[in-house]
Every structure is written in structure tokens, then in C-alpha cells.
Design a binder for this molecule. Structure first.
Ligand SMILES: Cc1ncc(COP(=O)(O)O)c(C=O)c1O
Length: 403
């Protein structure tokens, strides 16, 4: 019925590549199959007890059950800016330079919606976490891809990045208004130096564009590497905002809380839009987030060490079956070239087939755009025994399909 009635925004969205994997996963689970799931950046462990305790304590207290300010309660805004000062030595004003969002993914879609005029262009490095580009597209903007190059140790080739970015500006009729950067990068785990942000802030001032930086995996780094924040650059708040989330390094993915800080004009645009759209998050969730950000940080070290250990184990176990994966310095993912014997399948076919036949789920690289083809993203969310078991299943699959 009503076939002539179209929903352009939705009808023009391509099928979400991961939806195919998710549907198959759901079907197998419904059949009672035990799926080894490496497909989502969804931490497998529970939220640390002191954070859950704070939620329970504040949920039982009277006066915490009504609507709360959509920007975030004052305590959480203070905790966010305290966290930035503690981690990065940066001073931010909680009232005008911080906003809590219902997860940072939600924040991305609403930030883009707030600041994109029809036809605006944003530069987004590829491959990309889909919402980073689709937030602009859904808001009526365009996206200019910037293909990332990085070395065997997943260090971004920063000179190449700036050559490409300058090239995009030189050839553009309408200059891009935004660039979105995300390091440690999803899906590749690639990292940058603080100097990268210094160059980016200087270029943004020269070429007149805003920077949106996502450091969702900022806490999860290994081997002496620490993730820089763009906020560490003097004058960054003139041109940049940055987001972080408690989902990853505090195992709080289901709680749905993240935040943005930085440039007052962009933060204010998001605060204003949110004041129309939402009534804020449940106050006890925000109070528990205060506990996460300002309380004992031992849990972050434990969570980070676990991802480091799992990455080493996975690299070791998969190397035994001939699948060579290099070690990265940050994030909760491995970004792995398809095993050469089955590379002919392409990433989506490989992921669908190995899920269907061996019940092992990966994210196909092509789901992060064409530049992700030839790779899979492996989320390090399985325990040691399961990682070892997955290697056996992959070996069986490769043997079956080697031509
Ligand atoms: C790079 C990046 N940013 C943001 C998010 C969203 O995190 P959340 O909405 O849970 O805060 C994710 C989730 O996977 C991510 O990988």
C-alpha cells in the first residue's frame, strides 16, 4: 500500500553491510548454535563493581528519577572536564565546553545534524566507522574520502595524510567545512602522534575548517604508546571538538553515555539541538559515570592489559595456522588481511561463509567502505580458550576452500 510514498532519507541509505552478518548471527543463535563472535566492539566483561554500586546507590536515593538536563547534570560535566585535566592536562569550562550524549554514536549523528547545512562537505578518512561518514550524509551533507596510509606497525603516514588533505582543499570548488578524525582508528587501529594534531589545528586555522576528533579507544594503548588528544594542542578549542565514551575502557557499552568537549560554537550547537530532542539521561547513570571517570582507575589498566594479552594470543594462535597478523599499539581490534588462500572470496563472502559453516563471526572490511576490502576486523572480545578454538575452525575452513 502507498507504494508511491517514499522516505528519501531512508530509501537512499545503502543496506548496512553488517546487517547481513547480524541477521545470520541471530539466525544461528536462534538455532541454538554457539557463535564465536569477534564482530562488534562490544566489551565482553561486566562493568566494574564500584561503578555499578554507584548506579544502585543513586537509583535508590529519592530525587533521582525525573528528567535531567539534556546537556548532562552538573556533576557529570564537572567530571568530564576533570577527566580531561587529569588525563591530558587540559582546562575546559564544564558549562560551555562539555556536553554528555546518549553514547557517542548518538552524539555523532546529532552533532552532524546540528552543524551541517545542505551541501556542506566533510572530509572523512577511509576506511571508516560507518556513522562517521553517514552522520553527515544523513544530515544532507557530502563526504570527501581521504584514504589512510599506515605502515606495518599501524602508524599513520602523516605526511601522506596532509598531502591528501591539502589536495582535497586545492581541487574543491566548495571548501570542506569539517574533518572527522578518529585515532586510535576504527577499524584499522592506526595511531597518530601529538604532532599530527598540531599540524591539523594549524591547517584548520589556515584553511578555515572545523575538526571533530573521536578518541573512543584513547585509553586502550599498549607497549608505551599513549593516545594523544587534540585538546592538548594550544588553541585547539578555536577549531576542534573531541568525543570520548565510557563504553570501551570502562566496559559500559550498554549504559549509553559518551561526551563531547571543546569548541564553544560546536558544543553549543549540539546542546541546543539536544534541548529540543531529548530530556537527558537517567541521573543515576550519569552519577555512575562520575564514579567511572573520577574513581579508581585500576579497572582501566586491567581492561587494557586484557586486550593487549588477547591480541598477542590471537596473533600467536593464528600464526600457527598461517594467518599472519601484525600487532597494533592501541584499540580493542585487530585489523587483519584476509588469509591469502581464501582472499579470492573477498571480505563479505569470507565473513558470511565462515559464520555459516564454522560459526565464527568477523566484521568484513568492506563494511567500512571500499578501502576496507581485503581485510577483516577482529574484536578482541573472546577469552583465551575461545581464541584458540577459533584458530582450529579457521584452519578447517581455509583447508576446505584453498584452491
Ligand atoms: C570509533 C568509535 N567511536 C564511537 C563509538 C560509539 O561508542 P558509544 O556510542 O558506545 O559511545 C564506537 C563504537 O564502536 C567507535 O568504534
Amino acid at each position: 500500500m502507498f507504494d508511491e510514498i517514499r522516505f528519501n532519507r531512508i530509501d537512499n541509505l545503502p543496506k548496512y553491510v553488517f546487517a547481513e552478518i547480524n541477521e545470520l548471527k541471530a539466525k544461528l543463535k536462534a538455532q541454538g548454535k554457539n557463535v564465536i563472535d569477534f564482530s562488534m566492539g562490544n566489551p565482553d566483561k561486566d562493568t566494574p563493581k564500584h561503578i555499578v554500586d554507584e548506579l544502585c546507590k543513586t537509583a535508590y536515593k529519592p530525587g533521582n528519577h525525573g528528567y535531567s538536563p539534556s546537556q548532562g547534570i552538573p556533576e557529570v560535566l564537572d567530571a568530564i572536564t576533570w577527566w580531561y585535566n587529569d588525563r591530558y592536562g587540559v582546562v575546559l569550562d564544564p558549562k560551555t565546553q562539555a556536553v554528555a550524549t546518549i553514547g557517542s554514536k548518538d552524539g555523532y549523528s546529532h552533532l552532524a545534524y546540528a552543524i551541517t547545512n545542505p551541501g556542506d562537505t566533510a572530509v572523512v578518512p577511509t576506511p571508516t566507522y560507518p556513522i562517521h561518514s553517514y552522520s553527515f550524509i544523513l544530515a544532507g551533507g557530502f563526504v570527501e574520502d581521504l584514504k589512510l596510509k599506515f605502515d606495518h606497525n599501524y602508524n599513520v603516514d602523516e605526511d601522506h595524510f596532509f598531502d591528501e588533505l591539502n589536495h582535497i582543499f586545492d581541487k574543491a570548488h566548495v571548501k570542506p567545512k569539517y574533518i572527522l578524525v578518529n585515532f586510535p582508528h576504527n577499524p584499522t587501529s592506526a595511531t597518530v602522534t601529538l604532532e599530527f594534531y598540531e599540524r591539523l589545528v594549524a591547517l584548520a586555522k589556515e584553511r578555515r575548517f572545523y575538526i571533530i576528533s573521536d578518541i573512543a579507544y584513547g585509553d586502550i594503548s599498549f607497549g608505551g604508546y599513549t593516545t594523544p588528544s587534540i585538546m592538548e594542542v594550544a588553541g585547539a578549542t578555536d577549531v576542534a571538538v573531541e568525543s570520548f565514551t565510557v563504553s570501551k575502557s570502562y566496559n559500559m557499552a550498554g549504559w549509553r553515555i559518551g561526551f563531547f568537549v571543546g569548541n564553544k560554537k560546536l558544543i553549543n550547537a549540539l546542546i541546543k539541538l539536544k534541548s529540543w530532542l531529548d530530556y537527558g539521561m537517567f541521573a543515576p547513570i550519569q552519577k555512575a559515570t562520575v564514579e567511572a571517570l573520577t574513581g579508581d582507575q585500576t579497572c582501566v589498566n586491567i581492561i587494557t592489559a586484557r586486550y593487549n594479552h588477547r591480541q598477542d594470543l590471537l596473533i600467536h594462535e593464528y600464526a600457527k595456522i598461517g594467518w599472519i597478523i601484525r600487532k597494533n599499539k592501541a584499540s580493542m581490534f585487530s585489523w587483519a588481511k584476509l588469509p591469502k588462500e581464501i582472499a579470492y572470496m573477498g571480505s563479505l563472502e569470507f565473513c558470511k561463509k565462515i559464520l555459516d559453516e564454522e560459526h565464527v563471526a568477523f566484521s568484513p572490511g568492506v563494511g567500512f567502505g571500499d578501502d576496507g576490502e581485503g581485510f577483516v576486523r577482529i574484536a578482541l572480545i573472546q577469552d583465551d580458550e575461545t581464541i584458540k578454538l577459533s584458530a582450529k575452525k579457521i584452519q578447517k575452513f581455509i583447508q576446505k576452500y584453498t584452491k
